[in-house]
Design a protein around this ligand. Structure first.
Ligand code: MG
Length: 267
């Protein structure tokens, strides 16, 4: 009898197992020695883990080079004392040559998108999730979208690249210029599933807090054929919650923990 109960419970648990979300390393797998956010090394480490995706941020420099970087670039921080204003170079208002003089935290030179795509080519598995940052004018945004889409095609990576953006304009330009069926997800968290469906893009990529407040949006998106990605989920309790909610993708700074929990919870 006991055995039957144990088997019945095991069967129930297996039925209750959750669908398996894919893991995306936020700005690459940067929490390793010798790595840092948005570095080539962080992309390499994400590939080494065999993750579904590695996210990166891109900006257009003043002289039209696409670089992988999130915000302003700091010159050597160690040269400044606490409390002093650390000067920052605004990426979109600096030239590539100026930015090259400032090494990343791991000593790398700021990567260009071309260098990132070279590295993306080396893995058959890990997709590059490119976040196109907001720029000062819609014209600049169109320029970076156009150049990026052309470059990705030139590298033969149409099937290995997905896009995310905060600006609806960037999403629309991606929809217009990227090959049909290219995944494009909206980041800003303010549009409901019906509206996003109407935008003609493939999904949402919303902040954890947004989905926590509006958990119904998850199923509502999926019912409409939209994918659901969530950022940036790092601690165990939150990871467990998003797995239980059945999101399609989890963007995290801790891909090792996310992978472990998924293995445990999604049989
Ligand atoms: Mg990003």
């Amino acid at each position: 009898m006991k055995k039957i109960i144990v088997l019945a419970v095991a069967a129930l648990v297996s039925f209750a197992a959750f669908a398996q979300p894919q893991v995306i390393a936020h700005r690459g797998f940067h929490a390793t020695k010798g790595s840092c956010r948005n570095s080539i090394e962080a992309l390499k480490q994400a590939q080494k883990l065999g993750l579904y995706g590695s996210e990166c941020d891109i900006n257009l420099t003043k002289d039209g080079v696409i670089v992988v970087a999130h915000g302003g670039m700091h010159p050597d921080k160690s040269a400044y004392r606490k409390g002093e204003d650390i000067p920052r170079l605004n990426i979109q208002k600096s030239t590539y040559e100026e930015l090259k003089t400032i090494p990343l935290e791991n000593g790398e030179i700021i990567p260009t998108l071309e260098e990132y795509l070279e590295q993306t080519k080396k893995s058959k598995k890990t997709k590059l999730i490119i976040e196109i940052k907001s720029h000062y004018t819609p014209a600049k945004e169109t320029e970076i979208v156009q150049k990026t889409v052309e470059m990705v095609a030139k590298y033969g990576l149409n099937d290995m690249v997905e896009y995310i953006a905060f600006r609806p304009w960037v999403c629309f330009e991606l929809k217009r210029l990227a090959p049909e069926g290219t995944p494009i997800a909206y980041l800003n968290g303010d549009y409901d599933p019906t509206y996003v469906k109407g935008m003609g893009i493939s999904g949402i990529d919303y902040k954890y807090d947004v989905l926590k407040k509006k958990p119904k949006w998850i199923k509502s998106c999926q019912k409409r054929g939209l994918t659901v990605n969530v950022w940036t989920v790092n601690d165990e309790e939150k990871l467990r919650w998003v797995i239980e909610q059945g999101v399609d993708y989890i963007t995290t700074d801790d891909p090792v923990l996310a992978t472990k929990l998924i293995k445990e919870m999604c049989k």
